[in-house]
Each structure stands twice: as structure tokens, then as C-alpha cells.
Design a protein around this ligand. Structure first.
Ligand SMILES: Nc1nc(=O)c2c([nH]1)NC[C@@H]1CN(c3ccc(C(=O)N[C@@H](CCC(=O)O)C(=O)O)cc3)C=[N+]21
Length: 289
């Protein structure tokens, strides 16, 4: 293992600052923005994330509640609940924790959420608004990645960006955001002919594939900025990113760790989205972001 030459981008610290700014803005409001997290089944892995979201939301002054439904709940019951949350004026943000059990069509659920309350930014209306460069709720993880790149001072205009992964949740929205930041963007994926060669061309490399430590040291150009979106639980219980950190840190100019990189930013951006949704819905025109 080479000693890290790269600057390590402290996502936890950046997220902490973002959460503090959100909390300040919430404290100045005459109401508490409402967030409802819906969780189906009590899978312990997702329980940790839901608890972290809930804790962060409460700490920032939100009115936050988690609704836990049984794992065998019917799709119609979940859709009914979403209808109630859509109609509830105290609710500004709705997040249905994914993945959902097999009896429930994920797409039907996401489509049922009021786009104005879709703080995950997964609804097709928000995806379409982002693709057409109109104000929208932007998915939290890609938003957090852009925030980290800017905070780390990574030059984006004219830079070659390579996104590894083409998911609806991370890869595709990141393509839009990096393009809007004037990067030349390549989206690479499992069928890309020569992944290492594509990655080596990147000034900015974002790995979002969900395969532990897939990106090796020799995939990274000297000085590149490497953002690791992967959060993979290994059989031994450890957490690994999509990037082989120790190897890549020997080549990269800057790199995010796992944990403590993109993960905390996802939660901070969820709070920011919920605040923005509340300001837009309740007609206070100082949203944006
Ligand atoms: N509708 C929906 N929206 C989501 O945003 C969503 C989801 N479903 N389902 C599950 C994934 C996963 N996810 C994480 C968020 C934060 C951390 C996070 O904060 N991780 C910390 C600590 C991780 C740990 O120690 O376990 C870190 O990386 O430093 C991880 C994972 C959001 N997700």
C-alpha cells in the first residue's frame, strides 16, 4: 500500500457545514418543514440509514417522522399512504426507502409521489426538468457529488469527466449535472469495451457501480479527482467503496473515502431538498440550489 499522495476530501465535514447552513435557514422560518420517510419491512441495513436521516432531520429543526410498514404490505396500501402524504399540507418532503419488496412495483410508487414533494428527485417529472435544465428537485447523491467537487476546488469547466455507472439514481443525473458544469462527460458501464482505458482519460472520475474496489490504481490518471459513490457491505461487515482506496490514493490528486465521503453528503442534500421543497410549496421565493 502506497502512502496516500492524494488530498482526502472530508465528506463528513462538508456535510456537517451544509447541515448547519440548512439548520440556520430552518430556524429563521415561521414553520417547521415536514419530512416523512416511508420504510417497508425492517431490514436492519436500511434501518441504519433511515435512523441517520431521521436524526439529521430532527437536529436541523425539521418535523420528521418515519412510517414503518410491514414487509408484506400491499402496493395499494402503500399508494394510499402516499396519497395521504401528498394531500397533507404539513408534509413538504416524502422519501420512500428503496429497494422495495417484490410484490410492490417501485416505478408505480415513485410515480405516485407529488413531484413537488419528491425530495429524492426520482420522479420522472423531476428527471425531465433536470434534463431540460429547469428548476427541479435534484437526486441527493449526485447533488452531493457536485457539492464535494466544488468544495474541493476541482476545476470542472472543460474537464474530462467519466461517470462509471448509468443508474437512474446516480449515473444519469450526474451526467446532466456535470454537463451543466461544462465538463466533457463520458458515461461508462458494465458493457463498456475498455473500462480501465476510459477511466484513465478522466480528470474527474465518479464511481457509482456498486462493485467493491473495482477501480484500481492503474485506472486513474495522475492528479485526477476521484469520487467514490459506492457503499458496499463486505461479508466481514466492513464497508468498501467502488474504488480501491489505498491504491488509487497513490495516483489521484484528490479522493473521497468510504465511509465519510459521499454518504454523509446524501443525507445533507436530502435536508437541503426538503427545505427547498418547503420554500417552493409554501411560496417563500428564496429557495434555489
Ligand atoms: N429512496 C431512497 N433514497 C436514498 O437516498 C436511499 C435509499 N432510498 N435507499 C438506500 C440508499 C443508501 N443511502 C445512504 C445514505 C447515506 C449513507 C451514509 O451516510 N453513509 C455513511 C456511513 C455508513 C455506515 O457506517 O454504515 C458514510 O458513507 O460515511 C449511506 C447510504 C441512501 N439511500
Amino acid at each position: 500500500m502506497a502512502a496516500p499522495a492524494a488530498r482526502v476530501i472530508d465528506g463528513k465535514a462538508v456535510a456537517q457545514r451544509l447541515r448547519a447552513r440548512v439548520a440556520e435557514r430552518v430556524a429563521a422560518l415561521p414553520f417547521r418543514p415536514g419530512l416523512r420517510v416511508v420504510r417497508v419491512g425492517d431490514d436492519p441495513a436500511s434501518g441504519v440509514y433511515v435512523r441517520n436521516k431521521d436524526r439529521a432531520a430532527l437536529a436541523a429543526g425539521f418535523d420528521s417522522e418515519t412510517v414503518l410498514l410491514p414487509a408484506d404490505v400491499r402496493e395499494t396500501a402503500l399508494l394510499y399512504l402516499i396519497g395521504e402524504l401528498n394531500a397533507d399540507p404539513a408534509v413538504d418532503g416524502i422519501l420512500v426507502q428503496l429497494p422495495l419488496p417484490p410484490q410492490i412495483r417501485q416505478e408505480a410508487v415513485v410515480d405516485a409521489i407529488d413531484p413537488a414533494k419528491d425530495v429524492d428527485g426520482f420522479h420522472p417529472v423531476n428527471a425531465g426538468l433536470l434534463a431540460t435544465r429547469q428548476p427541479s428537485l435534484v437526486p441527493c447523491t449526485p447533488k452531493g457529488v457536485m457539492h464535494l467537487l466544488r468544495e474541493a476546488g476541482v476545476p470542472l469547466a472543460g474537464a474530462r469527466a467519466v461517470v462509471l455507472g448509468r443508474s437512474q439514481i446516480v449515473g444519469r443525473p450526474l451526467l446532466q449535472l456535470l454537463l451543466d458544469a461544462d465538463c466533457t462527460v463520458t458515461v461508462a458501464h458494465s458493457r463498456t469495451r475498455d473500462l480501465p482505458a476510459e477511466c484513465r482519460r478522466a480528470d474527474v472520475l465518479v464511481a457509482a457501480v456498486g462493485r467493491p474496489e473495482m477501480v484500481r490504481g492503474d485506472w486513474v490518471a495522475p492528479g485526477a479527482a476521484v469520487i467514490d459513490v459506492g457503499i458496499n457491505r463486505l461479508p466481514d461487515g466492513r464497508l468498501a467503496g467502488d474504488v480501491a482506496f489505498a491504491e488509487v490514493a497513490g495516483h489521484a490528486g484528490a479522493i473521497t473515502p468510504v465511509p465519510g465521503g459521499v454518504g454523509p453528503m446524501t443525507i445533507a442534500c436530502l435536508l437541503e431538498n426538503t427545505l427547498d421543497a418547503a420554500l417552493r410549496r409554501r411560496g417563500e421565493a428564496n429557495g434555489g440550489g
